[in-house]
Ligand binder design. Structure first.
Ligand SMILES: [Zn+2]
Length: 98
């Protein structure tokens, strides 16, 4: 009998962090930056992403990388995400200052 090959590392369970964008209703993940700021992140990974997600102590932590760090992380095999604000068609409207 051939043993069943299991995937090397099961992805972290992101279900508790799933939500919908208040602006455009797209599916998002709520993450928190190391500075403690809540940020919406696109659930899918992107080759232009610069956000490294990690579940730490029950929180989804978003490390926002600069260009060099993002390129290094990609080379190390990490899958990066994009901040939803970058893509959200309603982000500007929602953040308009009066
Ligand atoms: Zn949105």
């Amino acid at each position: 009998m051939t043993p069943v090959q299991r995937p090397p590392a099961p992805p972290a369970n992101l279900a508790p962090f799933r939500a919908k964008c208040n602006g455009c209703a797209a599916p998002i993940l709520w993450a928190v930056t190391p500075e403690g700021e809540d940020v919406p992140v696109n659930p899918g990974t992107s080759h232009t992403g610069n956000v490294l997600l990690a579940v730490q102590n029950g929180e989804l932590v978003a490390g926002v990388l600069n260009r060099g760090q993002a390129s290094g992380a990609r080379n190390a095999g990490h899958h990066l995400h994009r901040l939803h604000d970058v893509d959200c068609p309603r982000a500007n409207g929602a953040r308009t200052r009066h």
